[in-house]
Design a protein around this ligand. Structure first.
Ligand code: BGC
Length: 814
């Protein structure tokens, strides 16, 4: 429908009704208006899968690799296919809008939501994000570019004031959002934080450049609970306040319109944008949603498996990979993450996957009937214990694997009882008389020793084990952050000595209290074996095997929405574990399972180092493809890895007096390393694959007119023994610039494939924008005339080819 047609529809509504439509009907739904033919729309997180309206582990979702793995693809085609997969999941779950992709940047390695962001580079974020958006929206499902803007860290995330200059905003942090609008995104989510003093839901940046200069014609939805001011946010270009039904708009906004603080035209525009969204997703008038198309069995999982291999980055390889499965007698698979990998980060992005393939399972399946595979866990990780799961406990009432969830009245009467699969219950069912939530289970104790249990939640809680009270007390809410209150409330721990082969009866109760959510989490941790002995056993197994694969990573709670990280060290004694295993067997492959950078002090000792990121449900099958050479590790680093946190030129996430200055300006990621003259462990763009490449020649026109794109041709040869794919990267530099610039910056890339010995030419288009800078005095883009350097190669730190081109122009046009 046209805007005029939609305006006519809006005209038929009373002001009160129009305003009502602008706040959600529920946590995840917008309101319907039968008089307009407007139906409810369902929103869902995103980005690594589509959860649907409920946090219910019995309704699982496909789990994709997390965003930092997608940033490693450097492959818009594959990113688009994964976007399509998200769309099909959305259709299957009755979701109209997926709250993805996250387009904030890896400003510092400590960012808690690093895993959920694609990269440190605005160009790579722009291209990968746009590809995801096009994939999602190709099937009539809205994508959401979030969180607009400068939501790059989590400390004080609801109120943090990011101080950032106009040029940096334009060239770095806004750039991926601009590309999202260029890709036709239907929703933009305004962030919680402030930028230069004003909260993003009331910030002028919503009007300009988003809706004005860029011409965004979709709707701005708030981050959940981010609208806190009535007239200011409505007068700014905020369109929809989520969640509902309560919120700061409603009657207060009607009053603000009546008193002239907000115009009725502004309200009409918001409703038109809401109706436009509904029209696009088939929730208006006779428009229909596309029927969910069932994917042929296995197609989705094969795509996910391909994505795992394509996003895996091979940092180092001393002729160890790929492994020849036919020549292996035994493989030692070492580490806790081999059997309990981290598949996704924590926070609102979380989904419940089914059919997970762990690294150990993937390797075992590939070597079945060929080689012996032994798993040795190594020392404990010392992280937070995991919530109860069906592998470790049984429902005390039915004996089925899992837990019993009951809702009780104040006098202990049972209102409901359900069998559930996890000790982390975020939305237990509520009835009018509900007073207490109870989770109970019989936890099997394989070993005798000190077991640690915990209950998480707010308000009055009690935890008993075999009728002995371990935790009892009143635990007051200590934050406003919804990701903590509803997803990860603090846990209270206590330990008890238990015999082996015992079914410990664990009962956790939480009384419901106003404004504290209803999440309850119950965890159990087995006694840890002696760590020195565990290290010794791991090293011995490695020594006795042909090959050792050691899987290490971060632990629960360390990479999560709502918190930044404080350290990049692998938890527990994992560094010692890798060092001991690598010393015992030079054919050691280390697989690093984290969402963002960790320190790798042993990296020069390991035979090979792979980054799997948070790989999603096909972790093990994708890893096996890479290990045994069915697929090349296709990933290239989307972010620079320092040897140590102390080397990182930009790492501050803690605001001072509520403000965080982006004092480094344009220089984040590799740009910061280049400016500081420091050498990271691995540069942005690095990733080895299974063949080698020789870069022969770079061709570019000797002159180009201002405002024109540049075509860069790079000739290269596959000099190795296997067919392969290479990501050819082109960077720009302007050493004699009159304005401050990064030492160099990514301007374009493309991938080529070649057989052994084959020479190919990569054509990389460098868009005109890559040669522009933002003139903050005149508030416009400009291109400097004169000589420009073009560099091509395999990473920000490995650019063997250079050429020069001259830009002809007046310096005034853009
Ligand atoms: C997160 C968003 C998310 C929203 C809804 C917020 O706390 O910042 O990314 O989409 O919750 O779950």
């Amino acid at each position: 429908m046209t805007r005029d047609e939609l305006l006519c529809l809006v005209d038929t509504l009373e002001l009160e009704r129009k305003v009502e439509l602008l706040t959600g009907a529920t946590v995840w739904r917008t309101r319907s208006e039968p008089a307009l033919g407007l139906r409810e729309m369902v929103f869902s997180d995103g980005p690594a899968g589509v959860r649907g309206e409920e946090w219910d582990e019995r309704r699982p979702s496909l789990l994709l690799p997390s965003a930092s793995a997608l940033g490693s693809l450097w492959d818009e085609q594959l990113a688009g296919e994964l976007g399509e997969l998200l769309a099909f999941e959305a259709l299957r779950k009755g979701v109209h809008a997926v709250l993805a992709p996250t387009l904030n940047l890896h400003r510092t390695p400590l960012g808690g939501r690093h895993f959920e962001c694609l990269t440190e580079d605005p160009e790579l974020a722009a291209r990968t994000g746009a590809a995801l958006i096009r994939g999602i929206q190709a099937h009539g499902v809205a994508a959401t570019a979030k969180h607009y803007v400068a939501n790059d860290s989590e400390t004080e995330r609801l109120t943090l004031d990011v101080r950032v200059d106009e040029r940096t905003l334009r060239e770095v942090y806004l750039a991926p959002f601009e590309a999202a609008v260029g890709a036709g995104v239907w929703l933009v989510m305004s962030a919680y934080n402030r930028v230069n003093g004003t909260t993003m839901t009331a910030n002028d940046l919503l009007a300009q450049p988003l809706k004005g200069e860029w011409g965004f014609d979709g709707a701005v939805v708030s981050d959940w609970g981010a609208v806190r001011l009535t007239a200011e946010s409505a007068a700014a270009a905020q369109d929809l306040a989520m969640p509902g039904p309560e919120g700061p708009w409603g009657a207060a906004l009607v009053a603000a319109v009546r008193s002239g603080h907000v115009t009725e035209e502004a309200i009409d525009d918001k409703v038109v944008r809401l109706l436009t969204l509904a029209d696009r997703v088939g929730a208006l008038g006779s428009g229909r949603r596309r029927p969910p198309r069932a994917w042929p069995s296995g197609t989705a999982r094969r795509l996910l498996q391909r994505a795992v291999a394509a996003g895996t980055v091979l940092l180092r390889n001393e002729n160890v990979l790929p492994l020849d499965a036919s020549a292996l007698g035994s493989v030692a698979v070492i580490g806790r993450h081999a059997t309990a990998p981290r598949l996704q980060g924590e926070g609102s992005a979380g989904v419940f996957p089914a059919d997970v393939v762990t690294p150990l399972e993937g390797i075992r399946a590939r070597l079945r009937g060929r080689a012996q595979v032994l798993h040795v866990p190594g020392p404990g990780l010392g992280g937070r214990p995991r919530p109860l799961d069906p592998a470790r406990c049984a429902n005390p009432r039915t004996g089925e694997p899992g837990v019993l969830l009951r809702v009780l009245t104040a006098d202990g009467r049972e209102l409901s009882a359900e069998h559930r699969l996890t000790g982390r219950q975020l939305e237990p069912p509520l009835a009018p008389e509900a007073h207490t939530i109870e989770i109970s289970a019989l936890v099997r104790t394989a070993d005798e020793g000190k077991w640690t249990f915990a209950v998480g939640g707010y308000g009055r809680m009690i935890l008993t084990v075999d009728e002995q009270t371990l935790v009892e007390g009143e635990f007051a809410r200590d934050t406003e952050d919804p990701a903590v209150i509803h997803l990860d409330p603090p846990r209270q721990h206590a330990s008890v000595w238990l015999p082996a082969d015992h079914a410990a009866h664990v009962v956790a109760r939480r009384e419901l209290a106003p404004d504290t959510g209803r999440a309850v989490v119950v965890t159990a941790a087995a006694p840890e074996p002696d760590p020195d002995r565990a290290l010794f056993e791991a090293a011995r197994a490695a020594r006795d095997a042909d090959v050792a694969v050691v899987v290490v990573g971060t632990t629960e709670g360390s990479e999560s929405e709502g918190h930044d990280r404080t350290s990049l060290t692998l938890p527990g004694r994992q560094d010692e574990l890798v060092a001991a295993v690598a010393a015992a067997n030079p054919r050691t492959v280390v697989v690093v399972n984290s969402g963002g950078p960790v320190e790798l002090p042993w990296r020069e000792q390991a035979g090979a180092v792979l980054l799997s990121w948070f790989p999603g449900q096909e972790a093990g099958s994708g890893l096996a493809d890479v290990l045994f050479g069915q697929a090349e590790p296709g990933g290239r680093l989307p972010t620079t890895w320092g040897a140590a946190l102390t080397d990182a030129p930009v790492s501050e996430t803690r605001p001072r007096n509520g403000a965080l200055a982006y004092a480094e300006g344009l220089h984040i990621g590799y740009r910061a390393w280049l400016r500081a003259g420091r050498e990271p462990a691995y540069w942005f763009g690095h990733g080895l694959g299974y063949t080698t490449w020789g870069y022969d020649r770079l061709r570019v026109a000797s002159t180009v007119d201002e405002g024109q794109a540049l075509l860069v041709e790079v000739r290269l040869r596959n000099t190795g023994p296997r067919p392969g794919r290479e990501v050819v990267q082109v960077y720009l530099a302007r050493p004699d610039s009159a304005v401050e610039r990064p030492v160099r910056w990514l301007a374009g890339f493309t991938a080529v494939r070649a057989e052994p010995g084959e020479t190919v030419t990569a054509s990389v288009e460098v868009p005109a924008r890559a040669l522009r800078h933002w003139d903050a005095e005149e508030h416009r883009w400009r291109t400097e005339a004169g000589a420009w350097q073009i560099l091509a190669g395999r990473s920000a730190g490995d650019l063997p080819l250079t050429a020069t081109t001259t830009v002809r122009g007046s310096n005034n046009r853009s």
